[in-house]
Write a protein that binds this ligand. Structure first.
Ligand SMILES: O=P(O)(O)OC[C@H]1O[C@](O)(COP(=O)(O)O)[C@@H](O)[C@@H]1O
Ligand SMILES: [Mn+2]
Length: 652
């Protein structure tokens, strides 16, 4: 009965036998198309240019195609020229124009258009006509569609094709065409983009990465700890705002806050100058990566970092006291200090502080903000909450992100599934109950969504975002503690004070057994699926492998973040999942767009094949394919109902 009701509903969309039949034929054809490419990136950490490059090149997929199609026809330099024209069409054309006396000749345009059209045909060939049509730029949709559907061997249409390209050149539209077609190639080369977390912090341009993601045709995000930090900050959570600003100052990225988001930092600068005047506080000096600051600017920025760090520690202290269930008393440092002597009493140890200047701390009430600190953080909180760009960015993160994702037989998450010392799922007290494994991640996901949708701004809910940033059982953080305070204020020979211990997950994931257990817990086939992780830079230099658990788990954070490249020795891994293989790609550090444009040889990416499929993976083998197959099943039933007269056909 239920089924009949459903079929009747379906008959509104497909009112007669020809309509149902057309749809069945259409869906069956789609199921037979090759699976489109998925591209996995992680830990972008504000490195907008490197990210753009990986995206534009589809981690080597485009160069790979150029190699295949133009194998004999073009030499290495010509192939690279074609590749860079597709990656950076405007800049590349400008370069050639400036170099050649004749500028861009008609012959050059013709030749380039021909090659680009050929490549575009190839990358779009795995999609249905209707999907291709939807991706076309409005202004040239009709012409591009014509060009893409002309067959190379159709002699009759050869003149027609040539006529189109020469007219494009004649009417001065060749540049625009090359640009549009290049963008199309980039769009078609990768159908689905997965970002396994950490878009924010350390690098200079997370706000620009967000703009790219917001415009992407098909992206999902698995939240990282640094994203949660900004999502909470955007909701006005003060300890998270203080942390986000502190990290921006630490990495010399004030510009991102002031210009990228247009947040006024003058009140904090004033507070810093008034309270920390003459304070040397070297440890608060920004880690400058590629720019130099003037002496005065450097001093102010250093003092600002200290000022906001103290605000952060005070706010965190109050939060830890308010939320006993977070179990973080260990981090209540400010009340364990003898301010006259400058000594920290920690677990029976007396530790001399390296910096004893705490002008805004009242030893009797160390977590109390001074009136000026209070004013500054309130003003910052209002600026964050009322900032249109930031609100747009975090809305996108809340709406398009999740704690984990199951996609085409793989399990994607940023950090870990917390385990205990016995390598079992850690059982954690959360929100008045105990949860572990998938249930724990679902709990967090739920609370994150509520923290956004609950417009009354329940502070208790938002504290969980802070917990996810740095709590012991946070699947996004995956360490037992965060030792920021100790790293700023102590300098013991014994660096164990600073040690942040990773959750047992990070050892256990070396075992195939644990990986399979986790895959099963999340309902993913343990024999075929993979866990795909970010978060911990793979130290290739020290011989660490990104492939763990006998191939069941892949860590693709090799450090796109410039700040981590010394440690890793490379510039990150990405993963491409095509219809024929799963391929892990290791990248050399990205220097600059300029260098990418002038390089004469092809990209120095090396790749490891994780899995090669027998034959070709079809759409029928994907999650979407399963849904389509289900649709076909019901359409067949509808067809039968029409044939048997159970449901009456309608014709207009
Ligand atoms: O190097 P910094 O800026 O002090 O940051 C270190 C902090 O970042 C973290 O590594 C977290 O960031 P990641 O997710 O990028 O690892 C903390 O564990 C650590 O306390
Ligand atoms: Mn992380």
């Amino acid at each position: 009965m239920e089924e009949l009701k459903y079929l009747k509903l379906l008959s509104k969309q497909f009112p007669n036998i020809p309509a149902v039949s057309t749809e069945i034929i259409n869906l069956k054809a789609i199921l037979n198309l090759p699976k489109s490419t998925e591209h996995f990136l992680t830990d972008l950490h504000g490195e907008h240019e490197a990210f753009q490059y990986m995206l534009k090149t589809a981690s080597g997929v485009i160069e790979y195609k150029i190699n295949n199609i133009f194998d004999k026809e073009l030499n290495e330099v010509e192939k690279r020229d074609l590749a860079t024209l597709i990656f950076y069409p405007e800049e590349k054309m400008e370069k050639i124009e400036n170099k050649n006396i004749d500028g861009l000749t008609e012959e050059w345009y013709k030749d380039s258009l021909d090659k680009i059209i050929k490549l575009c045909k190839e990358v779009s060939s795995i999609y249905t006509r209707s999907k291709v049509r939807k991706a076309l730029p409005e202004e040239f949709a009709y012409i591009i569609e014509e060009l893409l559907h002309l067959r190379d061997d159709d002699e009759n249409k050869k003149d027609y094709h040539e006529q189109i390209t020469s007219t494009i050149i004649e009417i001065g539209q060749a540049k625009n065409f090359i640009k549009s077609l290049s963008e199309l190639i980039q769009t078609f080369a990768v159908d689905k983009l997965h970002i396994i977390g950490d878009i924010y912090d350390r690098g200079p341009n997370p706000h620009k990465i967000m703009d790219v993601l917001k415009n992407h045709h098909n992206v999902d995000i698995q939240w990282g700890n640094h994203d949660i930090l900004w999502m909470g900050a955007g909701l006005g959570h003060k300890p998270l705002i203080a942390t986000a600003i502190r990290i921006a100052l630490r990495y010399g990225n004030l510009e991102m806050i002031e210009e990228g988001y247009g947040i006024n930092m003058r009140p904090l600068a004033r507070l810093a100058m008034e309270n920390y005047k003459g304070d040397i506080c070297d440890v608060f000096c920004p880690k400058l990566l590629d720019k130099e600051l003037e002496e005065k600017e450097l001093r102010i920025s250093t003092q600002m970092q200290k000022a906001i760090a103290i605000i952060q520690f005070k706010l965190e202290g109050s939060l830890i006291k308010r939320r006993a269930e977070f179990n973080m008393n260990e981090a209540l440092y400010l009340e364990k200090i003898d301010y006259d002597k400058g000594i920290l009493y920690l677990n029976d140890n007396e530790i001399e502080l390296t910096d004893k200047n705490f002008p805004t701390i009242d030893p009797d009430d160390p977590y109390q903000l001074s009136p000026q600190e209070e004013e500054v953080i309130n003003q910052l909180s209002e600026s964050f909450k009322n900032n249109d760009k930031l609100q747009e960015d975090i809305r996108f993160l809340f709406n398009n992100g999740s704690m984990y994702k199951k996609y085409n037989g793989n399990l994607l998450f940023h950090g870990c599934v917390p385990l205990n010392e016995d390598d079992d799922f850690a059982c954690v007290d959360v929100g008045g109950r105990r949860a572990k494994g998938k249930e724990l991640l679902d709990f967090f996901q739920d609370i994150i969504r509520k923290s956004y949708s609950d417009t009354n701004g329940d502070e208790d809910q938002r504290d969980w975002l802070w917990y996810l940033w740095r709590g012991e059982y946070s699947p996004l953080f995956g360490k037992d503690r965060m030792t920021t305070f100790l790293r700023y204020f102590t300098d013991e020979d014994d660096k164990s004070l600073y040690k942040e211990n990773k959750n047992p997950y990070y050892k256990a994931r070396e075992n195939e057994f644990t990986c399979k257990k986790i895959l099963s817990e999340f309902g993913v086939d343990p024999e075929k699926g993979h866990i795909i992780n970010g978060h911990t830079p793979v130290e290739e230099k020290r011989g660490e492998s990104p492939i763990k658990g006998n191939g069941r788990l892949l860590v693709i954070d090799g450090g796109i973040s410039a700040a981590y490249q010394k440690k890793t020795g490379i510039a990150g891994y990405t993963l491409a999942y095509t219809h024929s293989e799963l391929r892990l790609i290791s990248h050399e550090p990205f220097i600059s767009k300029e260098e990418a444009l002038t390089k004469r040889s092809h990209d120095t990416v090396s790749s490891i094949r994780i899995m090669k499929f027998d034959g070709q993976q079809k759409i029928a083998d994907t999650d979407n394919g399963a849904k389509l197959q289900d649709d076909v099943k019901y359409l067949n039933k509808l067809l039968e109902a029409y044939e048997k007269g159970i449901i009456k056909e309608k014709y207009k």
